[in-house]
Design a protein around this ligand. Sequence first.
Ligand code: GLC
Length: 435
Amino acid sequence: MKGAAAAGAAAGMPLNANWEMVEQDQGPKPEPRVARFEKLAFGMFIHWGLYSQMAKGEWVETMHGIPRDEYLKLMSTFTAEDFDAKSIARLAKRAGMKYCTLTARHHEGFSLYDTKGLSDLDITNTPARGRDLIAEYTTALRDEGIVPMLYHTTLDWNDKRFNDDFDAYLDYLHESVELVCKSYGEIGGFWFDGNWAKKEADWKLDRLYGIVREHQPEAMIINNTGIGAYGVLEHEEIDSVTYERGRPEPMDRSKHKKYITGEMCHTMNFHWGRADKDFNYLSPAHVIEELCASRRAGANLLMNLGPEIHGKLPEYESASFARVGDWIRHHGALIYEGKPGVLGEDGDFGLMLQDELYLFITQISATASTYAHGPAVRGTAARKFTKVPGEWKSAKWLDTGQELKLEQEGDSLTLHPTGYPYGTNMVVRVARLTR
Ligand code: GLC
């Protein structure tokens, strides 16, 4: 590898869509808010609203055809009595999550904030009136050093203007977002979702994003393109593309005017809002794999939980997130600051941090066979990496310090992993390479 590229590789260079490292100056540089977001790496998505009381997922109103008037009776029992923003902040910290994204308003149109008369469907018309849940959330998170972000729906099932007078509806939506922008101090990002419901409409996105840029210049702008539309850039103001339950890929940066990053969101079972009869839970091992699959491409992982009726954090998800936090702690800054370095086979990959290359090896032992999209376990079979920048002399497991056999020929590298010692299973095991 040539001098300049090798030096850049040490610092961690951006990848192109072919998983090749490119010089920083070949493409646009990340704006500071985007660079900061990439280092947050792992976040907590929180879906909580009226639907949480029904425990059948956040789409229960439309999926079960519940009449509007009947559904909105849920406002009279929305007490928020167990919503404790401090416990969210503590869990995020424990789990190694550096940001949270809470549904300020979801598709049902109910706002967790006081809309100051813009809509009747808000917290002021519930038994929780008098509380400002978004203020509690933003304050508690900042106190723990966690960045608060907000999800805001763009569609609305219960506002007739959405179908009858779209322009008036957009005025309402934009005024709502402006109000949120002005009421809670610095927000790390806005996560919009719902444009896919009216694909052909003019959503006046310049105006919406202009409002965010004006009042929250440091906020990330994200707008979910939905399942199947992975990594799609729909507007030039977007800072991060989405991969809802997808597999992030490096962006083709030659195509875009600015540096855009990516975020994958995933949920612990198959609903985003609480669903008591959904037992199809991810394990902590699976979450570790999802996190690795995201960092492999330089993307963040936003992992969801759905609080209980009155806002209490669910036990299984909380415990699982904490366990993932234990895994992250073994790897420290690498998870947050490591930049995609090389690509291996079947989920293996490498991250660069300072002058070192770290290889992430998946499916080592028979009990680590949950890799979501991979084939069967590969045990201790040799692992090959191509397009490897620089020359590497030695490799050691991070968890035990055991020396590993490493062979390099040009830019191809082969690592010979060993099995786990009794008492250990890292799910994804990391080897540290030195020059
Ligand atoms: C989908 C769903 C929504 C959920 C979101 C999270 O767009 O409509 O319920 O909030 O995904 O990614």
